[in-house]
Design a protein around this ligand. Structure first.
Ligand SMILES: NC(=O)c1ccc[n+]([C@@H]2O[C@H](COP(=O)([O-])OP(=O)(O)OC[C@H]3O[C@@H](n4cnc5c(N)ncnc54)[C@H](O)[C@@H]3O)[C@@H](O)[C@H]2O)c1
Length: 437
């Protein structure tokens, strides 16, 4: 099929390359000329395992092209909208300006039978509004919603073989043709057994919002338990193991630590709350305010723990911050708990030296004053205390003896509960984590 992808960020660039990898002819558009030049050269503008490979094979095959000119999408029949929907500063609501602008720019180039596929995460009701916008502009193209569930770090795999596909299509003219087109686009995944949920526009939008709200709640739940565990001498990891054996609960997303971040969960729960308020249903999701508060409290908890364990910032404390990305296998520092901890420690007066295998460029772009090391050893050298904030394998596998030799004092705060306390203590470390004695 001939498809276009509008927006070449973490979602769109992977989607475009994956669509071409599946055999479709893809034209990918972004307003960011620098990003397009980088992608054309076969260089992903961000770190994502597996993306360089499918990018270069798809570019070499001639099936993948990048442009800044929306007019180049003419000839494609399925158009994916993958632009950003960041948090608007004031209310927490999603900022839909990019979605509206992308659609408006696309409309003049649409054929009468084309399908416009929304992939961005949007508040419920947006798709209906955009469908009306199409109609008002005189277009007979059909607007559908096909939310994206990819996880950064696993984005290529998740795009090629997702857990499920959700096709939100309104009843009426274009319904059957749109479904047929979506089935054709995703034929490989569907043939491989990926389940498809066919539904209406509002449900499709809500599936994404609800999934992220649930995941965020699960993380904040276990973090709330870690606060209780800590005050009572209980062990939150053993608690999570034990409740996780219950298949109704499940063990995944039950790791206590510094909490969630990134370009999705935090903004998506805030946008959900804002949308519910608009609908007069704020009470229905009022718990998401608490989920957010627990999550942000974790960052403060870690900062305070480092200061306390290190003897206070006023002592001229030097802290090695291990991690800046919001999670491992990504360079994304949007709303990153790790970055917030690093900046919070600087604000408290500590001397911070940070290291992340992939995210230092992104972090320094935002905060040029942040001091970063060339490698983990350099970050640890002479530090009074280390704090592990992003669970990169390189940090999880650190040898406590070698780390102890580099540091001035053997103190570590494990803000992801991923190190073996006995092993670190055996090497003379003062080891501290969240919710574990
Ligand atoms: N990143 C993820 O893991 C992920 C997962 C699922 C869903 N989503 C959702 O996908 C959407 C995109 O997220 P992202 O992380 O890729 O954001 P991003 O900021 O990395 O990328 C957005 C891109 O859209 C481009 N853009 C903005 N306006 C444009 C326009 N008018 N025309 C063409 N391009 C335009 C920007 O230049 C940017 O490159 C969001 O709604 C997000 O919530 C993201």
């Amino acid at each position: 099929m001939r498809v276009s992808v509008i927006g070449c960020g973490y979602l769109g660039a992977v989607h475009a390359a994956a669509m071409a990898d599946l055999g479709h002819d893809v034209i990918a558009v972004d307003v960011d000329a620098e990003k397009i030049a980088t992608l054309r050269a076969g260089l992903p503008p961000f770190f994502e395992p597996g993306l360089p490979e499918i990018l270069s094979t798809s570019l070499a095959s001639g099936r993948l092209n990048f442009t800044t000119e929306m007019a180049d999408v003419a000839g494609a029949t399925v158009h994916f909208i993958a632009v950003g929907t960041p948090q608007s500063d004031a209310s927490g609501a999603a900022d839909l300006r990019f979605v509206d602008a992308a659609l408006d720019a696309l409309i003049p180039h649409l054929g009468p039978q084309d399908i416009v596929v929304g992939k961005s995460t949007v508040p419920v009701g947006t798709a209906e509004r955009l469908a009306e916008r199409l109609l008002t502009a005189g277009s007979t193209a059909t607007l559908v919603w096909n939310p994206e569930f990819l996880r950064e770090g696993f984005a290529v795999k998740d795009t090629l073989a997702p857990d499920r596909l959700v096709f939100g299509v309104a009843q009426g003219t274009g319904h059957d043709a749109a479904l047929r087109a979506l089935h054709e686009v995703y034929a490989t995944a569907i043939a491989g057994g990926v389940p498809v949920v066919e539904t209406d526009l509002a449900t499709a939008e809500l599936v994404k919002t609800a999934a992220n709200a649930f995941l965020a709640t699960k993380i904040s739940f276990i973090n709330a338990m870690s606060e209780i565990a800590e005050a009572t001498g209980a062990n939150v990891t053993e608690l999570a193991d034990a409740i996780g054996y219950d298949t109704r609960i499940g063990r995944r997303f039950l790791n206590a630590g510094v909490g969630f971040g990134g370009g999705c969960l935090p903004k998506d729960i805030r946008a959900f709350s804002a949308r519910a308020e608009e609908l007069g249903l704020g009470d229905s999701v009022a718990f998401l305010g608490e989920v957010d508060a627990i999550n942000l409290r974790q960052r403060q908890r870690v900062i305070e723990r480092v200061l306390t364990e290190g003897g206070g910032a006023e002592t001229g404390l030097t802290v090695a911050v291990l991690g800046l990305a919001f999670k491992p296998h990504s360079d994304d520092v949007r709303d990153s708990p790790a970055l917030d901890v690093a900046l919070g420690l600087v604000a408290a007066g500590a001397t911070v030296v940070a290291y992340d295998p992939e995210a230092m460029g992104a972090a320094q772009k935002r905060f040029p004053e942040l001091v970063v090391a060339k490698n983990v050893d350099q970050a640890l050298l002479g530090a009074d205390i280390a704090v592990l904030v992003t669970e990169w394998p390189e940090f999880v596998e650190l040898d406590p003896r070698r780390v102890g030799d580099l540091m001035t004092h053997k103190r570590i705060v494990d803000a992801r509960n991923v190190l073996n306390p006995a092993q670190w203590r055996a090497e003379g470390f003062h080891y501290s984590s969240l919710g574990r004695p």
